[in-house]
Each structure stands twice: as structure tokens, then as C-alpha cells.
Design a protein around this ligand. Structure first.
Ligand code: PEP
Ligand code: MN
Length: 345
């Protein structure tokens, strides 16, 4: 931490800042200039509130040097993390991992039909919500555990893995039986009880960025999971709320290289929830991969007009096929690999 004292700060004020910093566990390095004194605080505890110093008499400004998260920080693993999901899928390696499927699991027939579509395009992980966090209590809330059963059945049939959202910590034990990757939705990014419980499980977690969360808050949420012992966290940029309301959210593509710099965790993008309409999903998926995303989460439906949730943003099978063909060109152009071949028919 760096504390810049005001011009004319008295020796007494400087000493009282020094005493306070030492009590907080910092070693102090003092630099006395012609006009101002600057105090450098060196310590390993990043968990302090800069306001405690800012409000002391004679202080002009305080700058934090170390990030408040440790385990999620790039310094913890400079080489980057590879998060394995199931058998053979790895986030953070050379491959751009594709996850696709409907917003919600609606029936066995529906999830089976969509699993067939995405598997044909070489997708590795089937997405689908069984517990749906809906803005209105009157909207379809998901099929619950029945939905998980249908999803597992369809995924196994097409040799896919499963990602699905866990909304509450009480759902974790049952979800672990059906799901390979546990998704934390945007509305739950700061559900700290849920995050702490996910820190105890031995399956990876897909942590979506909160709709109004800064990158630092997002990484601190990852820190909650990691500090419980579960280091297998994949981050997902899914669009944030900004002043712009022409699209459902604003996909913060800049967060992808930024998170790669700040953290060793893999980061993927969900352009479907960011844009909210299918015609904008393709260009933003291309942009995310070009920006270095380690994977994509996409909504695809064989009959989007009949979907019980998020139909307008679901890609038609034909559009999805086009996107996959484009990504096969874009991924190698930015030094990545893409699904090597179509896996099922
Ligand atoms: C979802 O992926 O099904 C979902 C609800 O996304 P988000 O939490 O990003 O809104
Ligand atoms: Mn959705």
C-alpha cells in the first residue's frame, strides 16, 4: 500500500499513520520529499479497508498495490490453471471449449433433440437449467430434479458432459449426482453461503459474473470458493448492466484479457445472456474467442419459438452450425484449437 501525505502534514500526523499501519501488520518504508511524505506499507495481508487510512488526519490518498484476493490472483499460479471437467474436457488449455443447449430443460424429448443437435457439432458439454432463477415468480421455474434426470439421460446418450445451475446450497448433494460442472448464476455471484459450500465439493464450478459486479468483486467471489479448498473454478463473463439498454446486457469483452492478466483462472463468455437476441449472438461469440476466451456457453434450441424461457436468444440449429464453422477458423487464428471433429451423428 502507498500512502501519500498532504503537503504540510505534521510529523505527528505522519507518525500516527505509521503507528496505525504497523498495527495493521505493515512494514513501513518512508520517503520524505521536499513537499510531501510518501509511506510505503509492505505486508502480506491484503484484507484491509483503505478508508481506515484515508480518513486519518494529514492523509491525501491511499493506493492499494496488492489485490485483495490471493488464491485467485495470477501471482498464485503464474503459468495459469487448467480446470478439468469430467473425462477429457479442460478449460484453460489450448482448446476453446464449447458448451451449448437450451436455457431450460423442458422435457426429455426436448433435451434429447437439442443434445443431438449440439453433439453433431462437436460440443463437449450440454447446458440446461433445471432450477431457473427467473425475474418474475410467475415465469417457468424449471423442472427441478426431474430436469436433471432428463438432462443426464440425454447427455449420456450423446457422450456429453452436463453443466447446470445450482441456486441454493441445499441442492448441491443431489446435483452432484447428475452434473459435471456446477453453474453459479449471475444473481448468486455473491451468495456467500452457496460459494462457501461449493468450496467443499470436488467438482468444478462455473462462476458467472454478477450483473453489476466489478472484476474485483467477481474474483473475490472466486476466492470464496477457492479458500474452501476447491480450486476448480471457471469464470464466465455473461454481460453486465450498463446505461445502454438496446441490448439485454453489455458483454464486457474487455474483461476477458483483463481477467487473464489478473487471475490464473480460465474465463469463458456467454454471449446469449449478454445480447438477449439471437442475431447478435454470433458476432459476440466471434469477438469473445478472438479476445482469448477459454470457452463459450451458448443457448441453442431446436424450436426456439416454443421455448419456455429465453427463446429469442436461442440459436437455431442452422445458426449454431454456421457459428461452429466460423469458430473453426477464428480459434486457430488466435493460437487456439477447437473441437477436432464432429463426435456424434
Ligand atoms: C443461465 O445460464 O441459464 C442463466 C440463468 O444465466 P445468468 O445467470 O447469466 O442470467
Ligand atoms: Mn437463459
Amino acid at each position: 500500500m502507498v500512502v501519500v501525505m498532504q503537503e504540510g502534514a505534521t510529523e505527528e500526523q505522519i507518525q500516527s499513520v505509521i503507528v496505525r499501519l504497523m498495527r495493521m501488520g505493515f512494514d513501513i518504508h518512508r520517503s520524505t520529499g521536499a513537499l510531501q511524505t510518501v509511506l510505503g506499507g509492505v505486508g502480506s495481508n491484503p484484507d484491509f479497508d483503505t478508508r481506515e487510512i484515508e480518513l486519518l488526519d494529514g492523509v491525501q490518498e491511499v493506493h492499494r498495490i496488492l489485490a485483495p484476493y490471493k488464491l485467485a490472483s495470477r501471482h498464485f499460479r503464474p503459468e495459469g490453471s487448467i480446470v478439468q471437467v469430467g473425462n477429457g474436457v479442460a478449460f484453460g488449455g489450448p482448446e476453446v471449449v464449447m458448451m451449448a443447449g437450451p436455457c431450460s430443460v423442458e422435457s426429455l424429448e426436448q433435451i434429447d433433440a437439442i443434445a443431438a443437435v449440439v453433439a453433431r457439432q462437436g460440443v463437449r458439454v450440454l447446458r440446461g437449467g433445471a432450477f431457473k432463477p427467473r425475474t418474475s415468480p410467475y415465469s417457468f421455474q424449471g423442472l427441478g430434479y426431474k430436469g436433471l434426470e432428463y438432462m443426464r439421460q440425454a447427455a449420456d446418450r450423446y457422450k456429453l458432459l452436463v453443466v447446470s445451475e445450482v441456486m441454493d446450497h441445499t441442492q448441491i448433494p443431489t446435483m452432484l449426482e447428475y452434473v459435471d460442472l456446477l453453474q453459479v448464476g449471475t444473481r448468486n455471484m455473491q451468495n456467500f453461503n452457496l460459494l462457501k459450500e461449493l468450496g467443499k465439493v470436488n467438482k468444478p464450478v462455473l462462476l458467472k459474473r454478477g450483473i453489476s459486479a466489478t472484476v474485483e468483486e467477481w474474483l473475490l467471489s472466486a476466492e470464496y470458493i477457492m479458500s474452501g479448498g476447491n480450486y476448480n473454478v471457471v469464470l464466465c463473463e455473461r454481460g453486465i448492466r450498463t446505461f445502454e439498454n438496446a441490448t439485454r446486457n453489455t458483454l464486457d469483452v474487455s474483461a476477458i484479457p483483463l481477467v487473464h492478466k489478473l487471475s490464473h483462472l480460465p474465463v469463458i463468455a456467454d454471449p446469449s445472456h449478454a445480447m438477449g437476441r439471437r442475431d447478435f449472438v454470433l458476432p459476440m461469440a466471434r469477438a469473445a474467442v478472438a479476445a482469448g476466451a477459454d470457452g463459450l456457453l451458448l443457448e441453442v434450441h431446436h424450436e426456439p419459438e416454443k421455448a419456455l424461457s429465453d427463446g429469442p436468444q436461442a440459436l437455431y440449429p442452422q445458426q449454431f452450425e454456421e457459428l461452429v464453422a466460423e469458430l473453426r477458423l477464428i480459434a486457430p487464428a488466435v493460437g487456439r484449437t477447437f473441437q477436432s471433429s464432429v463426435t456424434c451423428s
